[in-house]
Ligand binder design. Structure first.
Ligand code: CUA
Length: 314
C-alpha cells in the first residue's frame, strides 16, 4: 500500500507543480483561464483512475486480512492465552506433564525463536488486549470468544526478553497488567518445558515446610500447584490466580510489575494492594470473581517462611 501511495503521490504532486509553474499569472496577462467545468470526458477519467487504484490496493489488503485469520499450517506451537484482572495465564495444550496436564504458567510467555506460535485468546472477566509491540500487533482477549494471533519471533532475537502490556482498559490495574515474552533458542525452550512440566517438591523440613503448611491453608484458596511428596504427585489448590508450581523460576511477580526477589515477594504477600491497585474486598469466589489478592494479615515469620517456599519452587 505504501508503494502504491508513493506512486500516486509523485504523479499528483508532479502535475500540481507543473500546473503552478506553467499556468501561473504573468505580467500583462489579463485573460481568464479556459473553463473546463462540465467536461464529461475529464470527469469520467478522474472517477475511473481512483477506482482502479483502490481495486489495486484491495488485492494485497484482502490477502493479508485472510492470511491473518487463517490458522497457521504445519508445525506450530499452540498457546492458550487467558486474560484475568490483572494478570495473564499461558497454557501450552500440546506440552503435557506425566499426568497429561498442559504446561501452565503466568505472566511470562516462552516462545521458541524461529517457530510460529499460534496464540488463542480469551478472557475470564472483561476485555483485555494482548500487545507485544516489538513482536506483533494487538489482539483483544474477549470473554466468551476465541481470538487468535500468529507470532513468529525471528531466529536472531533468541535470548531476548521482550516486554508486553495489556492494551485495553480493564480497570484498576490495567497499567500494571504487564507480561514478558522470553524468546528462547530451541534447546533452551526444550529445557524450560521439561522443567515446567515437572511437579514441585513438598518440603519436609526447615522454614519451607512451615511455609508449605501456610500455603495449603491459605494460598490454595486461589492458587494451584502441582506437588510431589511421599504420597506421589498431587494437584493442590484452585486456579483462580496464577499457577505457582514454578513461581521461583519466574523473573518477575505481580504481572511483571516487580522483579522476583525475596524482598518483593514479602512486600507482595504482606500488602498486595500497596504494590498495585486491586479490589480484593470485592472478590466473590463462588461467582468466580477475583479482583486481586487479599492481605491475609500474616506475621513476619509466616511471610518469611512462605517466601522461602516460593523461592525454592524453581
Ligand atoms: Cu487487562 Cu488492561
Amino acid at each position: 500500500m505504501f508503494g502504491i501511495s508513493v506512486v500516486v503521490f509523485v504523479i499528483v504532486e508532479a502535475a500540481l507543480v507543473y500546473a503552478i509553474i506553467r499556468f501561473r499569472k504573468r505580467p500583462g496577462d489579463g485573460v481568464e483561464p479556459k473553463q473546463v467545468h462540465g467536461n464529461t470526458r475529464l470527469e469520467i477519467v478522474w472517477s475511473i483512475i481512483p477506482a482502479i487504484v483502490l481495486a489495486l490496493v484491495a488485492v494485497p489488503t484482502l490477502q493479508t486480512l485472510f492470511d491473518l485469520t487463517r490458522p497457521a499450517e504445519g508445525d506450530v506451537l499452540r498457546v492458550e492465552v487467558v486474560g484475568h484482572q490483572w494478570w495473564w495465564e499461558f497454557r501450552y495444550p500440546d506440552i503435557l506433564d506425566a499426568e497429561g496436564r498442559p504446561l501452565t504458567t503466568a505472566n511470562e510467555l516462552h516462545l521458541p525463536a524461529g517457530k510460529t506460535a499460534e496464540l488463542h485468546m480469551t478472557s475470564r472477566d472483561v476485555i483485555h488486549s494482548f500487545w507485544v509491540p516489538s513482536l506483533s500487533g494487538k489482539r483483544d482477549a474477549v470473554p466468551g470468544r476465541d481470538t487468535f494471533l500468529k507470532i513468529t519471533p525471528d531466529a536472531d532475537v533468541a535470548g531476548q526478553v521482550i516486554p508486553g502490556q495489556c492494551a485495553e482498559y480493564c480497570g484498576l490495574s490495567h497499567a500494571d497488567m504487564r507480561f514478558l515474552v522470553f524468546v528462547d533458542a530451541e534447546a533452551d525452550f526444550a529445557d524450560w518445558t521439561m522443567e515446567q512440566t515437572e511437579p514441585t517438591q513438598i518440603p519436609t523440613d526447615g522454614p519451607e515446610a512451615a511455609g508449605y503448611e501456610t500455603f495449603t491453608q491459605i494460598c490454595t484458596t486461589c492458587h494451584q500447584a502441582v506437588v510431589v511428596g511421599d504420597a506421589g504427585v498431587d494437584v493442590i489448590g484452585t486456579a483462580f490466580g496464577p499457577d505457582l508450581t514454578h513461581v521461583g523460576s519466574r523473573s518477575t511477580i505481580a504481572a511483571a510489575v516487580k522483579t522476583n526477589t525475596a524482598e518483593h515477594l514479602a512486600e507482595w504477600i504482606d500488602s498486595p494492594v500497596s504494590v498495585k491497585p486491586m479490589a480484593p474486598e470485592l472478590n466473590d469466589l463462588a461467582a468466580g470473581r477475583v479482583l486481586g489478592m487479599p492481605d491475609y494479615g500474616l506475621d513476619q515469620r509466616q511471610i518469611a517462611e512462605l517466601v522461602a517456599l516460593l523461592e525454592a519452587w524453581k
